[in-house]
Design a protein around this ligand. Structure first.
Ligand code: AQP
Length: 326
């Protein structure tokens, strides 16, 4: 069996350094080795409250982000989930063999249920089935994601296994690919993962201006002992910043701690902000240039979707045949 990479991101606001350091840096590495499909999973993004006036723009912005970050359309396909209805068809079929109990125990469902009590809908519960369909539709076997997505990958494997047992071997086993730091924590809530829905001061957007980056890092939550060291339990805020520093500079944690011995948090934070500004600048410049080329971006997506559709249709045909629908 040949390797194929699939991963997706919801168009639901600005991409942040959690998405980048926790998942996308692996996309860039993997596309050098394997064929990849990277999806803008817009159907997923409407399972929580959203603004229809902003959705189209959010989808365009995310496509721009993918390309500016270095997704290479010669090597990888970029697709928009809702352009390929095969995702939904397969999701329905897989949903019919997925016990409710498997879905009810998924941690993201439990937390989204709390978060969106006034918007509790079937989509929130069946979200991981659609994600399973996204992956299995292409028979992808490598899925680079952040740590929060691991229960979804486990579920995908359970569903695939059940389908294979019931109807004959069809789907491969999926392997999640994690980055070295697959859980970046929130700037103002360092015990929770960095998240768009926790507000703008919780995350550092890849498109944040230098002024905003300086201000957000300066006000990131830290303890009061002014000692720079890694201690996730007692010092989650500074540990998170240390690990972001390490990921952006490739210096080891020990080297960084040594460098800032007796220098205090203010100097450390100020340097970290400048490092991030410098690291994000090529992306921001490229994004600016690409934003003037909407035709080019649309072409890339439509080419990607043409190729993806062939695989999607073949899988769906096979699945329908196996379950007696063709
Ligand atoms: N904090 C994070 N650390 C590491 N990886 C992360 N990812 C997200 N947040 C972190 C990974 O980014 C990819 C895209 O995720 P998504 O489209 O599902 O976005 P998300 O998880 O919904 O992002 P948010 O900011 O957390 O949104 P809300 O607040 O709406 O839930 C995935 O691979 C994810 O693991």
């Amino acid at each position: 069996m040949s390797n194929l990479v699939f991963s997706g991101i919801q168009p639901s606001g600005q991409l942040h350094i959690g998405n980048y350091l926790g998942a996308i840096i692996n996309w860039l590495e993997l596309q050098e080795k394997y064929p990849c499909i990277f999806a803008i999973v817009d159907y997923h993004s409407i399972s929580v409250p959203f603004n229809p006036q902003e959705k189209r723009q959010e989808i365009k912005e995310l496509a721009l982000d993918f390309l500016a970050l270095g997704i290479n359309p010669k090597k990888s396909q970029i697709i928009i989930q809702s352009h390929l209805p095969e995702h939904l068809e397969l999701a329905w079929i897989l949903g019919t063999i997925t016990p409710l109990s498997w879905l009810e125990r998924i941690p993201t469902f439990k937390s989204k249920k709390q978060q969106h009590q006034q918007y509790l809908n079937l989509g929130l519960l069946s979200y991981p089935v659609l994600m399973s369909a996204d992956i299995l539709l292409y028979k992808a076997n490598l899925v680079p994601v952040g740590e929060d997505q691991l229960p979804h990958i486990e579920l995908t494997n359970q569903i695939a296994k059940r389908f294979n047992q019931m109807f004959g071997k069809t789907f491969p086993e999926i392997k999640p690919i994690l980055t070295v730091q697959s859980r970046i924590m929130g700037l103002n809530r360092p015990n929770d993962k960095m998240s768009k829905s926790l507000g703008k001061s919780n995350y550092l957007a890849l498109t944040d201006l230098p002024k905003t980056i300086r201000q957000k890092i300066k006000s990131a939550t830290t303890d009061s002992d002014n000692q720079i060291k890694l201690d996730w339990e007692k010092k989650p805020g500074i540990s998170n910043l240390l690990s972001i520093y390490h990921l952006f500079t490739k210096k080891t944690i020990d080297q960084i701690c040594q460098q800032y011995q007796n220098k205090g948090y203010a100097q450390f934070k100020s340097d970290l902000a400048e490092i991030i500004i410098e690291q994000l600048s090529p992306f921001q410049n490229k994004r600016q240039r690409l934003s003037n080329k909407p035709g080019y971006i649309n072409k890339i997506i439509s080419n990607g979707e043409k190729k993806a559709k062939k695989i999607a249709q073949a899988t769906l045909r096979e699945v329908k045949q196996k379950i007696g629908l063709l």
